[in-house]
Design a protein around this ligand. Structure first.
Ligand code: COA
Ligand code: AMP
Ligand code: ZN
Length: 424
């Protein structure tokens, strides 16, 4: 499609979506508040008449308050982690699931995968959209699909060898771990496997990290951007040129805004990614603030596609961390820690890459020192670790330290130290 064709399709999709959103209690109220009628959307620029939607809106309307269709028309939901506050819930109809699979299939086809390929998905399944999202897309494309799910590297390697896996979807930090286990097992991916293509994403990573993965395995690795609020994986994907992610503008309208002023920034300048879904039924989101920082690289590509090219993610405009492909807010950790009367209020979260594994260490000060009671200390550490795992879905190292030992910062406390250098 030419830019004109893409934009004509977008206007049609936007107008239809705004009309459809009148069925959503949340959006109907919002439109009424500002006196907006669906007929006011006459051109793509009119999108700016619509207020932004935020994660807080999703939380405030938990669980189903933004839906634009009756619940009986929905066939699936995905929810974010968290038990202490309201998680975010995204609803899907059958058509949404089918379109989502179509988007993922398009991506996989674009980078050269075909029905003769064997696709292994090492994403978490269940609520993680990378699981069912890639599963449905790879199946739709006709590949033999191996729902290996996250973890158990020895089994992953057995599948890769026995089933002749040619392509894997994984978070980039996990692939370095997988290679470490391959090395230990004496498996050479170049000689002993048929691997040729990786889809890597769901967490920030640098160009250097991608190159390293490509060299380690002798494969091509393509960046995949996904977000549960928009569907999941399939929102943006690199083509064979590897020169930015093509965001699929027949499904989304892409804006980049200054996170402070919320005004659009010129192409090439870094700002916050704002997405409007224009083909979803159950729960379209208008001008959704993703909080991811990036920029527009161009609107044409040597591959022939004219869908906007977006740079790899450069950071966040909030304090969300993505570790092992899992989204975590520091407040989730704080709320769990504060449930333990033995703990004081000062804590520090450190993210590191040790021996090719990404890890989180939570150091927290004890209200009262009882280092002489070793057993009690071990039991408390385990209890905290288990409670944190239930909340954030991965297992942090927990270190209990005497009161006054963690750095006290003036003003706003520094709660997170990220030593992984994922944004570059
Ligand atoms: N994907 C796949 N496997 C992973 C992983 C990841 N992101 N992170 C760790 N693993 C593997 C580890 O290598 C280990 O297996 P091994 O020892 O056989 O190599 C196993 O999972 C457990 O790892 P550990 O770090 O001890 O577990 P954890 O309790 O901290 O939780 C996961 C790790 C895997 C359960 C959790 O991080 C997860 O589910 N991640 C997947 C997230 C995802 O799919 N995101 C995509 C969203 S679209
Ligand atoms: P989720 O809704 O769990 O799929 O998480 C979505 C978030 O994961 C995004 O808002 C990003 O912060 C992050 N993310 C997903 N894909 C990528 C990617 N390719 N590069 C960097 N961050 C990503
Ligand atoms: Zn391209």
């Amino acid at each position: 499609m030419t830019r004109e064709q893409i934009e004509a399709l977008q206007l049609e999709g936007l107008q239809e979506t705004v009309r459809h959103c009148m069925h959503s209690e949340f959006y109907r109220k919002r439109f009424q508040e500002i006196g907006l009628e669906p007929g006011d959307i006459q051109c793509l620029d009119d999108l700016r008449k619509i207020p932004f939607t935020t994660k807080q809106d999703l939380r405030d309307t938990y669980p189903f308050g933004i839906a634009s269709v009756p619940l009986e028309q929905c066939t699936r939901l995905h929810s974010s982690s968290g038990t202490t506050g309201n998680p975010t819930v995204i609803l899907h109809t059958d058509k949404d699931i089918d379109e989502w699979a179509n988007q993922v299939a398009r991506n996989l086809w674009m980078v050269g995968l075909r029905p003769t390929d064997v696709f292994q998905n090492s994403s978490g399944y269940g609520m993680f959209t990378g699981g069912l999202g890639f599963q449905n897309g790879a199946e739709k494309m006709g590949m033999l699909t191996v729902p290996a799910a996250a973890g158990n590297s020895l089994r992953q390697i057995k599948f890769i060898k026995d089933f002749g896996t040619t392509a894997i979807h994984a978070v980039p930090s996990y692939l370095t771990r997988l290679k470490e286990v391959m090395d230990k097992e004496g498996v050479d991916p170049r000689k002993d496997t048929k691997l040729r293509i990786f889809a890597i994403g769901a967490e920030p990573h640098s160009e250097e990290q991608r190159k390293r993965i490509e060299e380690m395995f002798g494969v091509k690795a393509y960046n995949s951007f996904g977000m549960s609020e928009m569907c999941g994986p399939g929102v943006g994907f690199e083509c064979k040129q590897q020169n930015g992610l093509h965001f699929w503008e027949d499904y989304y309208i892409v804006e980049i805004v200054d996170p402070e002023t919320l005004e659009p920034v010129p192409d090439g300048e870094i700002g916050e990614l704002v997405l409007t879904s224009i083909r979803r039924e159950a729960m379209p989101l208008l001008r959704y603030r993703t909080r991811d920082l990036t920029r527009v690289l161009g609107r044409s590509c040597p591959c022939g596609r004219n869908h906007v090219r977006i740079d790899r993610m450069k950071g966040r405009s909030d304090d969300m961390m993505v570790l092992k492909g899992v989204n975590i807010f520091p407040i989730q950790i704080e709320k769990i820690l504060m449930q333990f009367p033995e703990l004081a209020s000062n804590y520090l979260i450190t993210l590191t890459t040790d021996d090719d594994n990404d890890n989180m260490t939570v150091e927290v000060e004890l209200e009262e020192l009882f280092t002489d009671d070793y057993q009690r200390l071990v039991a408390l550490t385990k209890d905290i670790q288990r409670a944190l795992k239930d909340e954030i879905l991965l297992t942090p190292h927990v270190k209990l330290v005497p009161k006054g030992t963690l750095p006290q910062s003036e003003g706003k406390a520094v709660r997170v130290v990220d030593k992984r250098k994922v944004y570059q």
